[in-house]
Design a protein around this ligand. Sequence first.
Ligand code: CTP
Ligand code: MG
Length: 380
Amino acid sequence: MQVSAIVVAAGKGERFGAPKQVQPLLGIPLLEHSLMAFQRHPQVDEVVLVVSEALLPRAEEWRQRYPKLRRVVAGGETRGASVFQGLEQSQGEWLLVHDAARPLLRQTLIDRVLQRLERHPLVVPVLRVPDTVKYWRDDRVEGQVDRSQLALVQTPQGVWRRILQRAYEKAGDRAPFFSDESNLVEYALGIHASPVPGDPENLKVTFPEDLQRVEALMTRRLCVGLGYDRHRLGQGRPLYLGGVRIPSDLGAVGHSDADVVIHALVDALLGAASLGDIGALFPDHDPQWKDAPSRIFLERTRQLLEQRGYRVLNVDITVILERPRIRPHVAKIRENLAGILGIPKDRISIKGKSGEGIGPVDQREILEAYAVATLVGPLE
Ligand code: CTP
Ligand code: MG
């Protein structure tokens, strides 16, 4: 069955006090976490993203990064109006409607919703209410609500396209004002949603403090990687560090552009995700990689990590080189690496060290680099 995910991110974030869908979470816009979850899921064929007009110029950037993202469209005044835009622009027979405000979407929750859609036209993830529930009237809390009859509803909600289409047609002018698909379909067609277990960690970001809670849950899965590289120095060769050409009388001798910074960094990133090392992934006997600029290895590494659901948190690199001093070039290197990795440059650190009067670094025979990277592991 063709599956389309509709990610709605066209809200105003009034309670948050800012457009929450693009607030940085682990250094990238909140909504991208949902795009990544659907990108990774093998049963999802396409993603449609619904945003406010102001975010439309970023469509191309997101399409490049998430190949399943087929359309980025402008939403409406209400959530229901925004979902309708997504419905119009998507093609799948099964739809997964998800709030971009829930960035902790696990693959296993998508699995549960899709599995239930085989037998039910409308599926919602729900949680039981663990707390005692009362009515709040004026300045008093009173009465007792039978919580065994209550459920908290999350997204993604699953619905068959023709059912949602019919519901919008039937509800007419009232359709945009339902708070979610399950209410709309229930009202318009009398079809009740089938519940699947929700995920207590699938929190919705509503207020600024929610962002910290979400980030804390994500960073629980921290992975650390270490990388090292060295190259011989020689005449008649350029010196590349972190993809930036550094003016120097001696350059790095070796395969490709012999960029020790990128080579060490790639090994640190691959190591953190236990994906092997640069030599195994980009063997120098493979014509594909022969004389490839090192930035390609880093771009490819980023793709591999994203496919597996990893996010780069920060990197720290030390270059050991007698001359030239690298400090004047640090800002440019950080900017370059930040661009390739798609993270803010303040999460990238580069430091230089000299040979301290001993050994092959001091003799200007070699240069070396160490890199440490921390990643946040995937939500399964
Ligand atoms: N949404 C939307 N279009 C709207 C309103 C909401 O696409 N007209 C999306 C939001 O971007 C969010 C989801 O629906 O991903 C759930 O809405 P909510 O959490 O209420 O977000 P906001 O409407 O942005 O927040 P607020 O109600 O505080 O303004
Ligand atoms: Mg709202």
